[in-house]
Each structure stands twice: as structure tokens, then as C-alpha cells.
Design a protein around this ligand. Structure first.
Ligand SMILES: Cc1cc2nc3c(=O)[nH]c(=O)nc-3n(C[C@H](O)[C@H](O)[C@H](O)COP(=O)(O)O)c2cc1C
Length: 220
């Protein structure tokens, strides 16, 4: 049975990110009962302090927080889900804090032309990015996608990246609002009401896509 670890960067309960995640998890739970959902801001994770001892000791040298336990779960997961609202073209701070600690999963060698990364464990995982953003232009998420393209490569030869992006999602629970609710909301956001029908259908498809991805990645 596949192990799924969700690292949830949401800062508000039942926001759009949580709803995308809920659909992904419901899909995954059709095939596995090994889904763990971790809310990044609820963990005690210290900042990476740049000591670089991980290059020598093959693990993070910081002690006394939740990383030891979390890093074991990350290592064991088949599917690693990172979910976040886009904040200033990036993930939220609690998730970024965890991502910095991923430095301890790789050896880094400086060369004259760049860096050579060698992972301590050559992972073969599905990386999933679930991103929710206010903008109608999904390029706001591009820096995050670029980061994960890079991460999946430095952490192993066989990792795969799957990305789902929800756009034009400004207010809480917007992604699951009915067509009638969107008709009331859009004028308040100064958005053209003509967008409502297509956006409603697009949101429904987005939620289905999350469920489908959860199901597909957990098939044995
Ligand atoms: C501090 C902050 C920064 C944001 N920056 C961006 C941004 O750069 N691009 C964007 O499209 N949306 C941005 N947003 C909007 C959120 O990404 C969007 O409303 C998202 O759907 C919220 O997800 P949630 O409902 O899960 O909290 C920002 C929101 C906040 C609060």
C-alpha cells in the first residue's frame, strides 16, 4: 500500500488549498489507508541555520524539534504532497521553512561551474504540488514550479512532479462555491459576471482533477 505524506502550507482553515487537498486525499484514500496530513505551521521546525554539517553527518544536525520525526516520514513516503497558497509568487513561510531543511537529504559539492548534488537516498517518489492563487495568471506560481523541478531532480533520478494550480481564487472556500454564489461574489471583487459560468465549471474540474490524481498515484 502506497504511503502518502501531505505537507500542508495553508495558513487558514478550510481555505481553497485545504479544499484541493481534501479532494486529493479522498481520492488517495480509495486505494490506501496510509495517508498522513501534516499542517506545516503546527510543527515545531527550527530554521536551517546553514551550519552545513549535514554534508558530513548525512542528516540535519539541529536537534530538539520535529524534524527528526518528519524527515523519517518524508523518507518513507511514496507520494510527497506539497500544498500551498501562493504568497508573493512563492509557498508560505511555514512550508518554505520545511523545504530549507531538505538540504540535509543531499550532499552538495561546490565546483568552478556550479554545484553537484548527490542525494543520500536515491528517491523514487511522486512529488505533488497543489497550489491555489488569487491571480488569473498562473505564472505567479512559476517560481514554485521551478523550485520543485529542481528539487525532484537533486533528490533522485526517478522522481516525478505533478502540478495542479487553481487560479482566480481570492476568497475563502471560493473553489467550491456554487454558480449562484459566484454570481454574487464576482461584482464585489470587480470581476465580470460573464466569467462565472466558465469559472464554476473550471473549479469543478479542478476538484475532480485533484481526486483523480490522488487515486492514480496510489494505485499499486
Ligand atoms: C500574503 C499574501 C500574498 C499573496 N500573494 C499572491 C501572489 O503573489 N499571487 C497570487 O496569485 N495570489 C496571491 N495571494 C492570494 C492567495 O494565493 C489566494 O487567495 C489563495 O487562493 C489563498 O489560498 P487559501 O484559500 O488556501 O488561503 C496572496 C495572498 C496573501 C494573503
Amino acid at each position: 500500500m502506497k504511503r502518502v505524506l501531505v505537507l500542508d502550507g495553508s495558513t487558514r482553515k478550510m481555505g481553497n488549498t485545504s479544499i484541493l487537498l481534501q479532494h486529493f486525499i479522498e481520492g488517495a484514500e480509495k486505494n490506501t489507508n496510509k495517508v498522513e496530513h501534516i499542517i506545516a505551521k503546527d510543527l515545531d521546525i527550527k530554521y536551517c541555520n546553514g551550519c552545513l554539517r549535514c554534508n558530513l553527518v548525512k542528516r540535519c544536525a539541529i536537534r530538539g524539534d520535529d524534524w527528526e520525526d518528519l524527515s523519517q516520514k518524508i523518507n518513507e513516503a511514496d507520494v510527497l504532497v506539497f500544498a500551498s497558497p501562493i504568497y508573493f509568487h512563492y509557498v508560505t513561510a511555514p512550508l518554505k521553512n520545511i523545504i530549507d531543511r531538505f538540504r540535509s537529504f543531499v550532499h552538495v559539492q561546490i565546483t568552478e561551474t556550479g554545484l553537484i548534488h548527490t542525494p543520500w537516498n536515491n528517491w523514487n517518489k511522486d512529488f505533488v504540488l497543489l497550489l491555489s492563487m488569487g491571480s488569473s495568471d498562473d505564472s505567479d506560481a512559476q517560481p514554485v514550479i521551478d523550485l520543485f523541478d529542481y528539487m525532484k531532480e537533486v533528490l533522485g533520478d526517478n522522481n516525478r512532479l505533478h502540478v495542479i494550480k487553481g487560479t482566480r481564487l481570492a476568497v475563502i472556500k471560493q473553489v467550491q462555491k456554487t454558480e449562484e454564489e459566484l454570481k454574487e461574489l464576482y461584482p464585489k471583487l470587480k470581476l465580470n459576471r460573464k466569467l462565472v459560468r466558465d469559472d464554476y465549471n473550471r473549479n469543478q474540474k479542478l476538484l475532480e482533477e485533484c481526486g483523480e490524481l490522488g487515486r492514480n498515484l496510489t494505485k499499486d
